[in-house]
Design a protein around this ligand. Structure first.
Ligand SMILES: O=C(O)CC1=CCC(=O)O1
Length: 259
């Protein structure tokens, strides 16, 4: 499929090394709001909406994660960026992982949060059917119930409402097609080929993609480091922003890392 022109935002100094942040299924680039200000102090931070989400186009499916990688490469080309650090969460992590395996020269350092090299397919394929038939809004409460730990969600009703609205705002066909991209994703054979220095982050209580998924990714990528955020669920960057931002900065700032 032809790459689409995704909608994006840039923050930080124009001449600084570039960090691209890729969102999870159902979220928008706004999910990175807690990370952007600190990262933008010394990086040119590019956040974008994965196709089917936020302000990006939602062409008719099916999509594969390779299509989403093509969108990121097209974005980098549009920005005149040859090499970027790339961080992604969940579906965004799958995009980042596949990008690093396919185009190693375009990725400096890699950060893979709450993601998987082989998600359990059926749940995502079933969800694609539900999104097409009934829309994303009715799915939102159950999905957000996996993004935050129960205690944190109960204490932060405004955040829960904002996240549910993000999911309801996704294009139904685009969201369903991204569910299918997740359901068909299998990067297990890619892992050993990834050469970018890699940080893997787990939410210790993540019910969506539990820690064994990130353990498999960290075990498969040569030299990868695994950090567990506890308590933390599927979006630990929202619930534990200081820890996750700190881990990202420590990884990106490592000596000789500047892309
Ligand atoms: O939406 C979920 O339930 C969890 C998830 C899987 C892939 C992704 O990006 O989010």
């Amino acid at each position: 499929m032809t790459a689409v022109e995704v909608s994006y935002t840039e923050d930080g100094p124009a001449g600084a090394p570039v960090v691209v942040l890729s969102n999870s299924l159902g979220a928008t680039r706004g999910m990175w709001d807690p990370q952007v200000p600190a990262l933008a102090e010394r990086y040119r931070v590019v956040t974008y909406d994965t196709r089917g989400h936020g302000e990006s186009p939602a062409p008719a499916g099916p999509y594969t994660v390779d299509d989403l990688v093509d969108d990121v490469l097209a974005l980098l080309d549009r920005l005149g960026v040859r090499t970027a650090h790339v961080a992604g969460l969940s579906l965004g992590g799958m995009t980042a992982m596949r990008l690093a395996a396919r185009e190693p020269s375009r990725v400096g350092r890699l950060a893979l949060l709450a993601t998987s090299a082989r998600p359990d397919p059926q749940g995502f394929l079933d969800r694609a059917v539900q999104a097409r038939s009934g829309g994303t809004a009715p799915l939102a409460p159950a999905i957000v119930g996996r993004w935050l730990t129960p205690g944190y969600a109960a204490a932060h009703p405004d955040l829960v409402a904002r996240l549910e609205a993000m999911i309801a705002g996704a294009d139904d066909e685009g969201y369903a097609s991204c569910c299918e991209a997740v359901g068909h994703f299998d990067a297990r054979a890619d892992l050993a080929r990834i050469t970018a220095p890699t940080l893997v982050v787990s939410g210790a209580e993540d019910p969506a993609l539990p820690p064994p998924h990130q353990q498999l990714v960290a075990d498969g990528i040569p030299g990868a480091t695994l950090v567990s955020i506890s308590p933390g669920a599927h979006l630990p960057n929202l619930e534990r922003p200081l820890e996750v931002t700190g881990a990202l900065l420590a990884h990106l700032d490592a000596a000789g890392s500047h892309a």
